[in-house]
Design a protein around this ligand. Structure first.
Ligand code: SF4
Length: 478
């Protein structure tokens, strides 16, 4: 999972790109990068670590230009090293730079085609190379003297036909303009905004609307599944829905990944989480559980827990003190490191926990490492009974679209009943939302729920699942 940002317009964009990346830092902490274009040249700075580390000693004014792309990366596959950091660029045709968020699933086939048929060297494991080279390879076969908007849209359509998986991409093509596009299912978010300046409208595209709040842009719209938007060198906006399938927006954005103050498809993430929390009441009652208090796993579960508490009329308490200076455990490399991070991060508040029956609510239970650790801590601090409640259904299937859940055997719920999971977590009960319950909440918004249901919107074969799992096992995150 990554965060992307691109701005094109009339003012210098470098400082805005770096500040905007800070707003979406939660989407990836492995690397950060910014590329701008000015006077016939790309200017690029990228490296490993948080935005503040990567740009700490760098003179941002070197990244001059009124157009640029920016990226924060969480490496689900490949290395966490600087060479895999985005943006990427090629110098032919024209000079094309690109950032993307998502995961390409037919990467083995694409690498073969690009290597053997087009003699392009693939230098990294980063999917953006596959997208960028596929795009550049098709575009270079056009009459380059006369390339226009139609040619660019045809090129995007070619990419959408040949590159399978989830991707939201931002591209700058030297001398032509700025291009944003999504995969045919619109799995990953991509949102357009604008700001009026004295010289004209400055456009912005990013993964989360919170960037608009930070930088003072106005929301325009979410891109549709399969859509491309092109801003030409005269600042004219062209848009077209190209290869389009039944949309399947990743519901995990609402559940966990996005910031609570972001909005997707007109729905504020915080409000969605309260709604999901309230919907858990029926599940808790059906399980015959009567907690003394409801607590959350900070921070992403607050809205679920408070929604459930309100609906059940059971007191909500914050019972786990969080050290905000320790990173997110879910996006920290390796299981061992994750365990250590959780220990440093959460500490129970003894008087709230002691002697009580506690319903602890989290957004999801993925590997179970954090959940088990929390249960043990609560019991150590005197909890009488612990019920672990997941606002999402059981994660039983790998995510092949760019969230770090691509290895089935790592998923604690895969092939297990809730009772077996409760035993593993050492708690009295595990209660999940059901797949039907989640779908009922999103009956008017087509979502991807493949990690819960096993129904992959793009379709999938066992061969591709195995390839993705193999690639993940070779990556820095295992
Ligand atoms: S499989 Fe799950 S995490 Fe992956 S895109 Fe679909 S809903 Fe999101």
């Amino acid at each position: 999972m990554c965060g992307i940002l691109g701005i094109c317009g009339f003012e210098d964009v470098s400082h805005e790109l770096v500040s905007g990346l800070v707003a979406i830092q939660h989407r990836g902490q492995d690397s950060a990068g910014v590329l701008t274009y000015n006077d016939g040249r790309f200017h690029l700075h990228k490296g490993s670590g948080h935005v503040s580390q990567v740009f700490k000693k760098f003179d941002i004014s070197k990244l001059c230009g009124n157009v640029g792309l920016a990226h924060v990366r969480y490496a689900t596959i490949g290395s966490t090293e600087a060479m895999d950091a985005q943006p990427f660029a090629v110098n032919y045709p024209f000079g094309i730079a690109m950032v993307h968020n998502g995961n390409v699933i037919n990467f083995v086939r694409l690498r073969e085609v690009l290597n053997n048929q087009y003699h392009r060297m693939i230098e990294t494991d980063n999917d953006v190379e596959l997208l960028l080279y596929t795009f550049a390879t098709y575009l270079q076969e056009k009459n380059l003297e006369q390339v226009g908007v139609e040619d660019l849209f045809e090129t995007v359509e070619f990419v959408q036909e040949h590159v399978r998986g989830a991707y939201s991409c931002l591209t700058y093509i030297k001398g032509m303009g700025f291009l944003a596009f999504t995969d045919p299912y619109g799995i990953r978010p991509l949102i357009m905004g604008k700001r009026e300046t004295e010289k004209g409208t400055q456009y912005i595209f990013t993964s989360e609307t919170v960037v608009f709040d930070y930088l003072g842009y106005e929301y325009v719209r979410d891109l549709e599944a399969g859509e491309a938007v092109f801003i030409d060198s005269d600042n004219q906006v062209h848009s077209r829905i190209l290869k389009h399938q039944k949309p399947a927006f990743c519901v995990f954005e609402y559940i966990y990944f996005a910031r609570e103050d972001s909005v997707f498809k007109g729905r504020l993430v915080a409000t969605e989480r309260v709604r999901m929390g309230k919907a858990l009441k029926a599940r808790v009652e059906a399980a015959g559980v009567k907690p003394d208090i409801i607590i959350d796993v900070p921070n992403s579960a607050y809205f679920f827990a408070s929604g459930l508490a309100e609906k059940m009329e059971v007191p909500y308490r914050r019972a786990l003190a969080k050290n905000p200076f320790v990173g997110r455990s879910f996006i920290t490399p390796s299981d061992e490191l994750r365990k250590r991070v959780v220990r440093q991060k959460l500490n129970p508040i003894r008087d709230i926990v002691n002697g009580r029956k506690i319903a602890v609510v989290d957004d999801s239970i993925v590997r179970g490492t954090t959940s088990r650790h929390i249960v043990n801590l609560l019991k150590e601090y005197g909890a009488r009974e612990v019920y672990f409640i997941s606002a999402s259904p059981a994660v039983k299937f790998p995510c092949i679209y760019g969230i770090d859940m691509s290895v089935k055997k790592e998923l604690i719920a895969a092939g297990k009943t809730p009772e077996q999971v409760a035993e593993k977590l050492n708690c009295e009960k595990v209660i999940y939302q059901s797949v039907e319950g989640l779908r009922e909440l999103y009956k008017d918004l087509p979502i991807c729920d493949a990690c819960f249901s096993g129904e992959y919107p793009t379709g999938i074969t066992q061969e591709i699942l195995d390839q993705i799992e193999d690639e993940k096992m070779k990556s820095d995150r295992c």
